[in-house]
Design a protein around this ligand. Structure first.
Ligand code: ADP
Ligand code: MG
Length: 366
């Protein structure tokens, strides 16, 4: 049994490891869970004996465990630079840090525009691009709904219909006004709040990749809480293998393996953050038109493409759109592939995906 597990893990170069961490205020819970996860990662790395045994570093940032593995010339300075950069982005874009650009924009909603750093401005512009592209399925003004469900807090609960109805008018990406010259961002209604939770990790992964490439490192893995970005080729030139998380099990089991070249692999799924009430599961991917967790028959959507920020936004957008509309959108985008896992345990992929199912309780559909 142990040998089978070891053989199986050996076959994977990396696998998506997902966490549902509460945010910083709940430090006790967080430390316990983080420790357990660090231990699990350590155990995994020890077990695999494959390339992941190369030095890697994990730190808690952006509300999740971030792991960087540099396969060559990975000295301490490069790791330090990457993690400082990730924290820099967190300090600009987190809704949980009062001095962040995003918190300042939110505090000034309905009052005045706020001048932000160029990169915050750029990420908001990109978020708006995906809001438009997805017909509002992705909406960075989802903040009031996220707060209402308290999905990242200690006591998440199903809000009353009245409360949802009162918050819904505040969710509308068209009510963000941008002034490119002044780098000004204005939310036109009081009570509106921006939330870049579905795009910022992708941006941070892209920025980590810039540092790694500038340092002349040709092979690396970036894993920001399951947002994977692969840099370079394997020495044997074979495809990388990435395990795709079983969305019905949050303990790191996989349903199959994606074989891929140097790409970013980003999943949005029902297991990342959720709670149960009256036997029903409520997850953290909201339908902005309803104010409820999106119910489209999907358990997860994995995007495989070149830019991690785009993959991050698209995985959320397509999860909310559902399979049919999501697929139509995907067809308009070059070099963008996806894996869909459905509630009935069927799995579908777009034509450019090379995926091997390993859990036979799921079914791969043509
Ligand atoms: P994760 O961050 O768990 O990896 P996602 O990238 O899909 O998963 O982002 C989910 C987060 O994005 C939620 O926690 C919430 O903050 C925010 N969010 C939820 N629904 C939407 C939506 N429809 N559009 C934009 N952001 C959303
Ligand atoms: Mg996302």
């Amino acid at each position: 049994m142990a040998a089978t597990l070891k053989n199986f893990l050996n076959a994977l170069d990396c696998r998506q490891i997902f966490y549902h961490e509460p945010h910083k205020p709940h430090e006790l819970v967080l430390r316990k869970r983080t420790l357990v996860r660090f231990f699990l990662i350590f155990l995994f790395l020890t077990l695999t004996g494959c390339e992941q045994t190369q030095p890697s570093r994990s730190e808690f940032a952006l509300g999740t465990v971030c792991t960087i593995t540099l396969y060559e010339q990975g000295d301490k300075t490069v790791y330090n630079n990457i993690f400082s950069r990730i924290r820099e982005i967190e300090n600009l874009m987190s809704v949980n840090i009062p001095s962040s650009d995003i918190s300042r924009i939110n505090a000034a909603a309905g009052i005045e525009p706020v001048q932000v750093q160029k990169e915050t401005f750029n990420v908001i512009e990109r978020a708006l691009y995906f809001a438009r592209l997805s017909g509002g399925a992705f909406d960075p003004t989802i903040g009031p709904i996220v707060s209402l469900w308290n999905i990242n807090g200690d006591n998440p609960q199903v809000p009353s219909r009245e409360k949802i109805d009162a918050s819904l008018p505040l969710v509308n990406w068209r009510n963000i006004e941008l002034d490119a010259e002044k780098r000004g961002v204005y939310l036109t209604r009081r009570g509106m709040t921006l939330d870049l939770g579905a795009i910022a990790k992708g941006y941070a992964a892209d920025e980590a990749a810039v540092i790694i490439k500038n340092a002349g490192i040709s092979r690396a893995l970036i894993d920001l809480g399951g947002n994977i970005l692969i840099i370079g080729e394997k020495p044997d030139k074979k495809p990388w293998s990435v395990g795709i998380q079983n969305p019905l099990d949050n303990r790191g089991s996989v349903i199959g393996v994606l074989h891929t070249a140097e790409k970013t692999i980003v999943t949005s799924g029902v297991y990342e953050r959720f709670f149960k009430e009256n036997d029903r599961r409520y997850h953290h991917l909201f339908d902005p038109s309803q104010g409820y967790p999106a119910q489209t028959g999907l358990l997860s959507v994995t995007l495989v493409t070149g830019v991690s920020m785009d993959a991050d936004a698209l995985s959320t957008a397509i999860f909310v759109l559902g399979y049919a509309k999501g697929l139509s959108l995907l067809k308009t985008l070059p070099d963008t592939e996806a894996i869909f896992v459905f509630e009935d345990k069927s799995v579908r992929t777009t034509s450019g995906i090379n995926f091997t199912l390993t859990d036979d309780s799921f079914r791969l559909q043509p």
